[in-house]
Design a protein around this ligand. Structure first.
Ligand code: ADP
Ligand code: ZN
Ligand code: ZN
Length: 718
């Protein structure tokens, strides 16, 4: 045994305690595992998988309490740059270091049980397989024929035969795991226009050098072509490309397009995959075999050996921000990652976030613009319909336009961001309304299921037949959600199929993708749906798009509401007329003269966004100012408020403005009263440093034990 001050390993353990834990080496003669090693450690009465984040010196008295690492699982599994990135994130976003384990390791590597190696990603034929007769095994013969031309992805083979067939062929020595990824044939894309060429040139010019680009291109302007052509050139030789997309944007169609342009298999990574599939992707990325990785938010922490380019598609999308646990923003972390890797990064959107436009203004990002739609498609004509004076759920002018477009062979898309039949159930006699007992919110009527549902806590009950207060049977469903709109559309346009697109109607894994396929077939139809429809899907048959619920957002208490509304409007408008027929876009509102709508209708989104940014700056709100929230919730409002008052006292310092405690916009959820403290500063680093410095003291507060609380830096929800 050596004496005092001998080094110990500082291990991140997946527990919500805001610190690292010290462990001794496995035994007296063992070296300490290097940072980034995966280790099995005793923790209380449990054993957990942790990550060695660093080494330090332990004092002799502490040492006597320390336990040794039980077993080194993988030495140096995570490379130093990624460890540094996580360290930075944990400090900036004020999350417990143990979250690093969840962010850096796929689920399979976080278990104490041995994991089964996932099946190989691709197979090839063996000599024996090539010569086997297989006359009496038609499925096997089919696989053999498919593999005759070279290796193929397991996924692809599974479209032709079951896992059992592959297993039998592998154990029989007819096929084996292939090391090399199957290479889809690269197809040349369309010839780029001048703006696209300039954008690609600017990106490629920064080969192996960090630079952030904001690719702002109107919907359908060919942003994806720009990513792909830049990626193709930066991939030459070696290198890896990481493409981050919003949760809902990762469609098989996009993956196929990426593969066919880049000539590499795209390895996908998202939460819908099985643990084995996630592990396979992670390992392929870490080994360098995966050249192209397409994933949602969490893929930003993917191990890469030779990054060459990072792309964030639809960078404005809220799903890049994690709302639980480690509250990081995938887009912002991606920029840091590109900087530390010394590679270019492209953030693309038709409706860039004010954060990114601000960064352009500050000279941190370089703006690339695509101002016209690619190919023959033109921007749609806009019309604002004055909804006053019409009680109908579907305005007569809207119905007229729908019928006209359908008669001309077009498809129609109606956007309404509310699921269910009606947002309010009210008694016509006494004015009673069906409210959630645990949230400050109305219950939504879901007529198809005959139930009332709370969209915040999930509470459900049957729709009552009579008013619980006055027994009147006259209960009114007020307002229209997608279910009711669907009914209205069916009666207004009885001759065409009507598809509802929301979480209720599209609950199956492939429902949405199947529907998109049908719609791309081109026969006239009407789509009625929520955000799912507003995202960047390419539906060339849609000639009329309409947004039906702007009025609430126009007067929301959330300072981001106008930005979000503008994005939704521009994105939905962007669904119309993407094919060769020209498109039309309608907004139905009771506030047709609202300056926001006028600004949007008058010009392009960027002009609108710049004026919003100006307003935010005037009002000293993000992104001009740095903002963090301390949120607290408790069954008793007083407990949450008390904690926040004490927290505010601890955090107060010069250069930091503190407001609150203020109630959250949704003041009560699931029985918890929700409050927040606003921390604002001109200087982002000062804000983050102050939080990091005071975080341990916040945890020490007695009042902290009576509430659920967390810090959210750069929050998106209020
Ligand atoms: P965005 O990503 O901006 O929505 P896409 O890259 O998906 O746009 O392009 C929209 C459509 O226009 C696609 O069908 C694409 O193949 C086509 N396209 C893109 N660039 C060109 C071009 N330079 N010439 C012709 N068609 C193009
Ligand atoms: Zn009543
Ligand atoms: Zn509720």
């Amino acid at each position: 045994m050596k004496g005092a001050g001998r080094a110990v390993a500082q291990v991140a353990v997946p527990v919500p305690v805001p610190r690292l834990f010290d462990y001794l080496p496995e035994n007296a003669s063992a070296e300490l595992p290097p940072p980034g090693s995966r280790v099995l450690v005793p923790f209380g009465s449990r054993r957990l998988v942790g990550l060695v984040m660093g080494h330090s010196q332990a004092s002799p008295e502490n040492r006597s309490n320390l336990k040794p690492i039980e077993r080194l699982l993988d030495a140096g599994l995570i490379a130093p740059p990624l460890l540094e990135l996580i360290d930075w994130c944990a400090r900036y976003y004020a999350f417990a270091p143990g979250e690093a384990v969840n962010l850096l390791l796929p689920g399979a590597l976080r278990r104490t049980r041995e994991f089964r190696e996932p099946p190989p990603g691709a197979y090839e034929l063996t000599e024996k397989g090539r010569e086997a007769s297989l006359k009496r095994a038609p499925s096997q013969a089919e696989i053999r024929d498919l593999l005759a031309a070279g290796p193929r992805a397991r996924e692809e083979l599974l479209e032709h035969a079951g896992t059992e067939v592959l297993r039998r062929m592998e154990s029989g020595g007819l096929i084996r795991a292939s090391d090399s990824d199957p290479q889809p044939e690269a197809v040349a894309g369309p010839e780029l226009n001048a703006e696209q060429r300039a954008a690609v040139a600017a990106i490629v010019h920064h080969r192996r050098r960090f630079s952030s680009f904001l690719l702002a291109g109107v919907t359908g302007s060919g942003k994806t072509e720009v990513y792909l052509q830049a990626a193709r050139r930066l991939l030459r030789g070696c290198g890896q490309v990481l493409i981050l997309v919003p949760e809902i944007g990762l469609t098989p169609q996009l993956v196929r397009r990426i593969e066919s342009r880049l000539g590499h298999q795209a390895h996908v990574y998202h939460s819908g995959l099985s643990e084995g599939e996630r592990l396979a992707c992670w390992q392929a990325a870490r080994s360098g075999r995966a050249r192209v990785i397409v994933g949602t938010r969490s893929a930003v922490f993917m191990p890469l050996v030779q990054p060459a380019l990072i792309i964030v598609d639809e960078e404005h999308d809220g799903s890049f921000k994690q709302a639980e646990g480690a509250r990081y923003h995938g887009r912002d972390v991606a920029v840091l990652r590109a900087r530390s890797a010394g590679v270019p990064i492209v953030l693309g959107s038709a409706t860039p976030s004010l954060e990114s436009l601000h960064n352009v203004g500050q000279g941190r990002y370089q703006m690339l613009t695509l101002s016209r739609r690619a190919g023959a498609a033109r921007q749609p004509r806009w019309r604002i319909i004055d909804g006053r004076g019409s009680k109908a759920e579907l305005h007569p002018q809207l119905v007229e336009a729908m019928q006209r477009h359908l008669a001309e062979g077009g498809q129609v898309l109606l956007y309404r961001n509310r699921r269910g039949y009606a947002p309010v159930l009210m008694c016509a006699e006494c004015g009673w309304q069906a409210d959630c007992q645990r949230c400050s919110a109305h219950l939504t009527v879901h007529q198809r299921q005959g139930r009332l549902q709370c969209h915040h806590c999930g509470a459900q009950r049957p729709v009552p037949r009579r008013c619980p207060d006055c027994e009147s049977p006259e209960l009114l469903s007020l307002g229209a959600g997608t279910e009711r709109l669907e009914d209205c559309v069916v009666s207004a346009c009885p001759d065409v199929p009507v598809h509802r697109v929301d979480r209720d109607a599209m609950s199956g894994k492939d429902d949405f993708e199947k529907l998109l396929e049908t719609v791309r077939g081109g026969t006239p139809c009407v789509l009625v749906g929520t955000q799912m429809l507003a995202k960047g899907h390419h539906l060339p048959g849609v000639t009329l798009a309409a947004v039906l619920d702007v009025d609430q957002a126009l007067f929301s208490a959330d300072f981001r509401a106008p930005e979000r509304l503008g994005q939704v409007i521009a994105q939905v408008a962007g669904r119309a007329g993407r094919g060769d027929r020209s498109g039309e876009f309608l907004i139905v509102t009771r506030h047709p003269e609202h300056p926001l709508l006028e600004a949007l209708a008058r010009g392009d989104y960027l002009t609108f966004a710049r004026s919003l940014l100006e307003e935010r700056t005037q009002a000293q709100l993000p992104p001009a100012q740095a903002l963090a929230l301390v949120r607290a919730e408790a069954h008793e409002a007083e407990a949450a408020r008390t904690f926040l008052v004490e927290a505010g006292r601890l955090l107060a310092c010069r250069g930091l403005e503190i407001h609150g405690p203020l109630p959250a916009i949704l003041a009560r959820r699931g029985g918890y009263w929700r409050f927040q403290l606003w921390l604002q500063a001109d200087n982002r680093a000062a804000l983050v440093n102050r939080i990091a410095e005071r975080l341990p003291a916040l945890h020490e507060l007695k009042s902290a034990r009576r509430v659920r609380w967390h810090v959210d830096v750069d929050p998106l929800e209020l």
